[in-house]
Design a binder for this molecule. Structure first.
Ligand code: NDP
Length: 330
């Protein structure tokens, strides 16, 4: 069936300037780490992409290794893109990354020029694209000189294979250095992709200051702690949840009684605010002025609706923020 996007797709979400760049990103972005791989049903992946775009989510985040198997999320995305979104390419911000283990031998991992350039070429082929909007170095590599990695990012922009570049998981200090080198090269660092949620606040300890000073945007991943900060695990571990499935990074053992107790208290607070816990968790990350967009994942269309409806209430009273801190940090 032919896909025709909703005519009202730009009415629900705000688009926020990414650092001091010219690019605006939707307050909610969708990541394809899970549920878009070769092991997943393409019909469901397709439905989620349709719903996201219908609601105004214009930014889709990928990486060379997303699947499983690695590479298959890009292949699935490329197929759906070709079928449904080819006339909307200029309405989309598509990102991919390289930095983790991708192919055998010494050239399929970390941060060398050899790896980054070859990996992006492979990603473009899998997605059937001529360029991506944002290309990231996926994680810091302390062995490769940072000058080489940044110069590879600069080369990638100059070659036209990416419009902007970013970094992910870099510390405050590494970000500072990377941003300085990129500035000297004439290709500013557009964006940083760190992990951030009510339960993981490491970016507040130096990184957000660097991002503000350097005018770098911030897209935060796992704002729902992979599903933990939702009402999903209040009464056990559903078999179709990420923690209930084998081979994921949310291990069953990590859903401890202490965490469930905290989630129950957070859930009560969310309900009192008239939100689901997932919505309050998204609103909480967006409440940090440095954060440009919340990068969520989803396994079902309804979760995308839930996320976008978080935008109906983004404000917190001081009392609510204090209660959240007390629940999580004590
Ligand atoms: P989230 O913290 O948003 O977790 C998403 C998962 O939570 C969903 O797949 C779903 O899991 C569950 N969920 C989502 N909404 C709801 C809801 N309303 N109610 C109940 N459960 C819900 O993010 P992810 O951990 O998936 O990461 C998001 C993206 O961030 C990735 O796709 C990727 O693009 C990026 N990322 C980047 C990394 C990096 O190193 N740069 C590392 C990790 C992620 P379930 O299957 O249980 O339904």
């Amino acid at each position: 069936m032919e896909y025709l996007p909703s005519q009202t797709r730009y009415e629900k979400i705000n688009y926020v300037r990414c650092g001091r760049s010219g690019l605006k990103l939707p307050q909610i972005s969708l990541g394809l780490w899970h549920n878009f791989g070769g092991v997943d049903t393409i019909q469901n992946s397709r439905k989620m992409l349709h719903r996201a775009f219908d609601l105004g989510i214009t930014h889709f985040d990928l990486a060379n290794n997303y699947g499983p198997p690695p590479g298959s999320a890009e292949t699935t995305f490329g197929q759906i893109l070709k079928k449904d979104f080819s006339t909307y390419r200029d309405e989309l911000i598509i990102s991919t990354k390289a930095g983790w283990d991708m192919w055998a031998g010494p050239y399929g991992n970390f941060g060398s020029r050899k790896y980054l350039i070859a990996s992006l070429d492979q990603s473009l082929k899998r997605m059937g694209l001529e360029y991506v909007d944002i290309f990231y170095h996926h994680r810091p590599d302390t062995e490769t000189p940072i000058e080489e990695t940044m110069s590879a990012l600069d080369q990638i922009v100059r070659s036209g294979k990416a419009l902007y570049v970013g970094i992910s998981q870099y510390s405050a200090e590494q970000t500072n250095r990377a941003a300085e080198i990129l500035k000297e090269l004439g290709t500013p660092c557009l964006i940083h992709q760190p992990r951030y949620s009510m339960m993981d606040r490491w970016i507040e300890n130096g990184l957000t200051k660097v991002l503000s000073e350097k005018g770098i945007g911030c897209i935060v991943f796992s704002p729902l702690e992979q599903g933990l900060l939702t009402d999903k695990y209040l009464n056990g571990i559903p078999s179709d949840s990420r923690a209930g499935k084998k081979g994921t990074f949310l291990r069953r053992e990590s859903i401890t009684a202490d965490k469930v107790m905290k989630i129950k208290k957070l859930n009560e607070l969310a309900v009192n605010r008239g939100q689901s816990l997932a919505q309050m968790s998204i609103a909480w990350v967006l409440n940090n002025p440095v954060v440009t967009t919340a990068l969520i994942g989803s396994s079902k269309v309804e979760q995308i609706d839930d996320a976008v409806n978080a935008l109906n209430n983004l404000t917190f009273t001081n009392e609510e923020l204090k209660t959240i801190d007390e629940i999580i940090l004590i």
